[in-house]
Design a binder for this molecule. Structure first.
Ligand code: HEC
Ligand code: HEC
Ligand code: HEC
Ligand code: HEC
Ligand code: HEC
Length: 471
């Protein structure tokens, strides 16, 4: 009897334990499943499937969010405003975002003689990247190369085809083809295949310009033959995929090779030193003649100077935060301003109320805009003074110090202006860059005043040897 009772008790305990262990195992299994994210292969996807709708059959949640990048919502300084327009044959878009050169005409003077002075709109969602590029005046009224497509379309399959399987060979060909011709061969904005390996769904880098740029940068730090596709951590890849496009760039030489100027480092000073060494100029400034540089969207570079990068926080953490849908944890493929999504984008790490987080961001942005406006006004003064000196007959040699000041100041201001977070990605760095620009402007103005003093002195001592008349 005693024995029986003990046996029954033992059986009872075992049963309870079994249930508990089974429950635990199920729980672990479910979490693993959730983490791994089971998917059903409804259709076959290959390394040539660039149509996102096909991928969408296997991954409907990611695809639905991806398609929502058509949404246009304004934040205080970011997002985009949906302006309705009458579609025409020349430009079939029925809505566009606001024109930044009309909002701030100083930009036109900064870019005088460059296509950006003709058209520069606020950027909007990924869904628009191909159509906005095709119909900007910068493409319609100016000759552009296929190199423009690198960041505005799903080009992976096109590059592979052009290069007979070798994306680097295809990249070189695509860059040099005229835009109007190259664009016939692409159909989609950035697509699943540009960021994902179709077999494993792992993130991957498909853009040769990034592979070359990051290799040059790592080499400058003593790391040879760096390849992010085999050497980067999973967390680094969550920023690198964005760094394929959200970066400063230029087109090198006759072949229009797309190059990221990272050979000396990722700071604006490093990019500038690289351009000084190579002697590159994007255009001659129409008012002053200065050999000028146009900066473009260096989000990756500026982010890398900020506290979030330093703390290991990736672009995707804020711009594609995790969300739960139907019991699954997925990445939000509706890439947009995190200020439209503070709860998931920030509050996982920052336990402040939403209003407080927003206010902190806007305070950073407001300070940045104030400093940027001061620097921009100063740049306008320098350009006016240099233009006057030129009209009064100053030679290129005499204008050289002012040109150098303008070239550098303008590149630095444009760099933080073109960076689309309005100072947020690296607040201290953004303000530092503006103070360097102000210092250059000061030096440029001093050089022009010295020139003027010299000219007045010469004019008063030998009136007939005055400077030649303006053209
Ligand atoms: C800590 C969060 C965070 C990280 C990390 C981050 N961003 Fe941002 N990003 C922001 C915020 C906040 C803004 C400002 C949005 C606004 O003003 O509406 C912004 C703005 C932008 C914008 C302009 C968006 C708009 O609506 O105007 C782009 C583009 C962008 N970031 C790209 C990137 C890229 C690329 C990376 C990584 C290299 C990155 N961001 C890393 C928070 C982040
Ligand atoms: C290295 C990648 C890259 C290359 C190359 C590139 N773009 Fe872009 N482009 C971007 C990114 C990122 C944005 C969004 C951020 C912004 O607008 O600042 C953008 C935005 C734009 C926009 C929308 C906003 C605006 O400026 O009106 C247009 C139009 C555009 N690009 C045209 C072009 C043209 C034309 C070329 C070739 C001369 C080109 N892009 C080459 C990355 C690139
Ligand atoms: C193939 C190039 C490419 C890649 C890769 C890319 N972007 Fe973009 N992104 C663009 C272009 C081009 C635009 C502007 C499109 C336009 O204005 O028509 C843009 C716009 C944006 C915007 C503005 C959205 C809005 O609603 O205002 C954000 C934010 C952004 N990108 C973040 C990211 C992040 C984060 C990643 C990485 C997960 C990323 N992008 C990857 C090219 C790219
Ligand atoms: C600009 C780059 C980019 C594009 C384009 C893109 N993704 Fe992703 N995707 C990401 C990032 C970043 C993650 C997060 C991966 C990680 O954390 O390792 C991700 C994760 C995923 C995952 C894993 C589960 C999850 O949600 O975290 C799936 C599945 C996925 N994407 C499907 C798609 C599909 C389908 C498309 C096209 C409709 C697409 N992606 C387009 C960047 C991209
Ligand atoms: C993955 C975690 C993570 C996410 C997501 C994140 N942050 Fe942070 N944030 C940090 C860390 C870490 C710091 C460094 C300070 C600290 O350790 O608390 C920081 C610092 C800051 C600071 C102070 C900046 C400074 O220069 O001192 C602000 C403001 C901020 N975050 C805003 C945001 C906003 C807005 C978002 C969402 C768009 C966001 N963060 C998303 C982790 C995160």
């Amino acid at each position: 009897m005693n024995l029986d009772r003990r046996i029954y008790a033992a059986i009872g305990v075992t049963a309870v334990l079994t249930v508990a262990i089974t429950a635990l195992l199920i729980n672990i299994f479910e979490h693993k499943q959730e983490a791994r994210q089971t998917w059903f292969r409804v259709v076959e996807i290959t390394d040539d499937t660039d149509d996102p709708a096909v991928w969408g059959k296997n991954f409907p949640l990611q695809y639905d969010a991806y398609r929502r990048t058509v949404d246009m919502v304004r934040t205080r300084y970011g997002g985009s405003e949906a302006l309705p327009r009458n579609p025409t044959q020349a430009d079939p878009r029925d809505r566009v975002s606001q024109e930044k050169i009309e909002e701030d005409p100083r930009l036109k003077k900064m870019w005088a003689g460059h296509p950006f002075a003709a058209d520069f709109r606020e950027e909007r969602g990924h869904a628009y990247m191909l159509i906005d590029q095709s119909y900007t005046k910068r493409v319609r009224d100016f000759k552009q190369p296929g190199a423009c497509l690198n960041c505005h379309a799903s080009t992976y399959v096109f590059m592979k085809t052009l290069g007979n399987g070798d994306i680097f060979a295809g990249f070189e060909k695509m860059n040099a083809i005229p835009y109007a011709e190259a664009t016939q061969h692409v159909k989609h904005p950035v697509s699943c295949i540009d960021c994902h390996d179709p077999k494993t769904m792992a993130l991957r880098i498909t853009r040769p310009a990034f592979l070359e740029g990051i290799r040059a940068w790592k080499a400058s730090q003593g790391i040879q033959n760096y390849d992010p596709n085999t050497m980067a951590t999973a967390q680094e890849m969550r920023s690198f995929v964005c760094g394929q496009c959200h970066v400063e760039y230029y087109f090198q030489g006759e072949k229009k090779r797309l190059v990221f100027p990272w050979h000396k480092g990722l700071k604006v000073d490093d990019a500038y030193a690289y351009y000084q060494e190579t002697g590159h100029k994007d255009w001659s400034h129409a008012l002053t003649g200065a050999p000028a540089l146009k900066a473009q969207h260096p989000e990756f570079e500026m982010w890398s100077q900020g506290i979030h990068a330093r703390s290991g926080v990736a672009c995707a953490d804020c711009h594609m935060p995790y969300k739960r849908e139907g019991g699954m944890k997925i990445s939000d493929h509706h890439v947009r301003s995190p200020l439209l999504n503070i709860n998931r984008a920030c509050q996982g790490c920052h336990r402040f109320p939403e209003e407080e987080i927003k206010a902190r961001v806007e305070q950073i942005q407001e300070r940045f805009v104030g400093a940027r406006n001061i620097a921009m006004d100063a740049l306008m003064d320098l350009i006016d003074e240099a233009e006057r000196a030129r009209r009064a007959g100053a030679s290129d040699a005499q204008l050289k110090p002012a040109w150098e000041a303008q070239r550098k100041a303008q590149f630095f201001i444009d760099y933080v202006e073109a960076e689309n977070s309005t100072g947020f990605h690296a607040p201290g760095e953004a303000l530092r860059v503006l103070t360097v620009a102000l210092d250059e402007i000061r030096k440029g103005q001093i050089s022009l005043r010295e020139l003027e003093r010299g000219a007045t002195k010469r004019a008063s001592s030998a009136p007939r040897a005055a400077a030649p008349a303006a053209d």
